[in-house]
Design a protein around this ligand. Structure first.
Ligand code: ATP
Ligand code: MG
Length: 378
C-alpha cells in the first residue's frame, strides 16, 4: 500500500490514507485494505498503475492492486455539492481538508501520511476515538440534511464500537429521523444488515433505532429490547426475525430476494413451537413448519428456551430419520397409482393420510405397510 502511495506522490500527487482503515488501525484492529485519498484524477491514477479496476469511477474511485495482490481504493479528493438528503452528491475537490470535511463522522475523517508520518485530523477524530464518541463532522443537523443515511451510520458505528453518541449529534439524528423515509430501501437495508452483522449488542442497536425514531419509519415491527444479550451475526433473516414481531414484511420492504422473503414468511407463519415435547407432537409440528424447522429451533435457542425438551426431541426425530414430509414416505404417488389409487387428487389425499399415520407411528414407514394401508383407506 505504501508503494502505491509513494508512486502517486512521486508523480506529484498529494496522497493520504483515510477512512475506516485508519479508524480501525487506531483502535488496534489493522485492516489489510486501505483507502487512499489523492489529488490525482481517476485517469491519472489509472495511467500510473498496471493493474487497476474501475470500482466506482463515477465517484472518482479506482481500485489498485498492491504487490501482494490486495486491492486498495484510491479516490480523488471530493467535496459535497448540493444534496437532497437521499445521496451525498460529490464532485472533485481541491484539497484533503475539503475531502475530510464532507465525511460523516469525526472518527471517519482522520488522515495519515505514512511517508511523512503526519496526521491531519481537523475535527478531533482521534480524541473522539479515545473517548469512545461518535460525533458528526461539523454541524450535525446540516450533515444529516445532506444525507440522512448518516443517521443510520452513526447508530451503526456506535453499536459496532460500543461508543456513545455525542449529544448534539444524537438530537439532530432524532429530529431528522422521520426524514429517513426518503432514503432508498436498498441503502437502508444495507445499513440494517451491516449493523446487525457488526453490533456488539443487539439490545443497544435496537434501542437506538427505536429511540431515534428511525424504527417508526423503517422497522415498525421492531420489538422493544428484550435483553437478548447477544451480539450481532451474519444471518440477516434470522436476526431480523429475533428482534421483530414479523420479518416477512421487513424483507419485502427491504426488497430481499424471493428466497429470503419466502424463508421469512415461513418463520412468521410458525407456529413457533410444538404444543409439547411429546415425539408425536414434535413430528406433527415439523410437518407443518417444514423448511422453517431449523430456523424456529435456532430462534427458540436464542430466546433462551433451550431447557424446553422439544428442542432435543426435534434433534431426535431427525437423528432417527423419522418422516415428517410426504417426500420422506417410503412410497410416492407413482407407487400408489400402480397399487390402484385413482390418478388425480385422490393420490394427494392418500399421501396425506399415509403421512398422518406415519407421524403418529413412524414404524409404519415401510413400502409394504404403506401400500397395504393405502389399499385399505381408498
Ligand atoms: P466499514 O467499511 O468498516 O463499514 P468504513 O468507514 O470504511 O467502515 P465505508 O462505508 O466503507 O465505511 O466508507 C468509507 C469512508 O467514506 C468512511 O470512513 C467515511 O469517511 C466516508 N463515508 C462513507 N459513507 C459516507 C456518507 N454517507 N457520508 C459521508 N461520508 C461517508
Ligand atoms: Mg470501508
Amino acid at each position: 500500500m505504501v508503494g502505491i502511495l509513494r508512486r502517486l506522490e512521486e508523480a506529484g500527487h498529494e496522497t493520504w490514507c483515510v477512512g475506516g482503515a485508519i479508524r480501525d488501525a487506531l483502535l488496534g484492529d489493522p485492516q489489510q485494505d486501505m483507502d487512499l485519498a489523492t489529488s490525482a484524477r481517476p485517469e491519472e491514477v489509472r495511467q500510473l498503475f498496471r493493474r487497476t479496476i474501475a470500482v466506482g469511477i463515477e465517484h472518482g474511485t479506482v481500485g489498485v492492486f498492491d504487490e501482494l495482490g490486495v486491492l486498495h481504493e484510491v479516490t480523488t479528493f471530493r467535496r459535497d455539492v448540493t444534496t437532497d438528503g437521499r445521496h451525498a452528491e460529490v464532485e472533485f475537490g481541491l484539497s484533503l481538508e475539503e475531502d475530510l470535511a464532507r465525511r460523516d463522522l469525526t472518527i471517519n475523517a482522520i488522515a495519515y501520511h505514512p511517508l511523512h508520518r503526519t496526521w491531519r485530523d481537523p475535527f478531533g477524530g482521534r480524541d473522539d476515538l479515545h473517548h469512545g464518541l461518535v460525533r458528526a463532522v461539523g454541524d450535525p443537523a446540516s450533515r444529516f440534511r445532506e444525507d440522512r443515511l448518516r443517521i443510520l451510520r452513526a447508530i451503526r458505528f456506535a453499536a459496532r464500537l460500543n461508543f456513545r453518541i455525542d449529544a448534539a449529534t444524537w438530537s439532530a439524528a432524532c429530529a431528522q429521523a422521520s426524514d429517513t423515509a426518503n432514503l432508498s430501501a436498498e441503502r437502508v437495508r444495507d445499513e440494517w444488515s451491516k449493523s446487525i452483522r457488526t453490533t456488539r449488542s443487539l439490545d443497544r442497536l435496537v434501542g437506538q433505532w427505536l429511540e431515534s425514531g428511525v424504527a417508526a419509519v423503517w422497522l415498525p415491527e421492531l420489538l422493544p429490547s428484550a435483553s437478548w444479550q447477544r451480539s450481532g451475526g451474519p444471518d440477516v433473516v434470522l436476526i431480523t426475525a429475533l428482534v421483530c414481531s414479523a420479518c416477512g414484511p421487513v424483507m419485502r420492504r427491504f426488497r430481499g430476494s424471493n428466497a429470503e422473503i419466502r424463508r421469512a414468511e415461513a418463520i412468521d407463519r410458525g407456529p413457533a413451537r410444538p404444543q409439547s415435547g411429546a415425539p408425536v407432537e414434535v413430528r406433527r409440528w415439523m410437518a407443518v413448519v417444514g423448511e422453517a424447522t431449523s430456523d424456529l429451533v435456532t430462534l427458540a435457542t436464542w430466546r433462551g428456551l433451550r431447557e424446553d425438551g422439544w428442542i432435543r426431541e426435534v434433534a431426535g426425530v431427525t437423528a432417527r430419520g423419522e418422516a415428517t414430509s410426504r417426500g420422506e414416505l417410503a412410497v410416492n404417488g407413482d407407487d400408489l397409482r400402480t397399487a390402484g389409487v385413482a390418478a388425480g387428487p385422490a393420490i394427494g389425499r392418500a399421501l396425506e393420510q399415509l403421512l398422518d399415520a406415519v407421524l403418529e407411528e413412524p414404524a409404519l414407514n415401510t413400502r409394504e405397510q404403506l401400500l397395504a394401508l393405502a389399499r385399505s383407506v381408498v
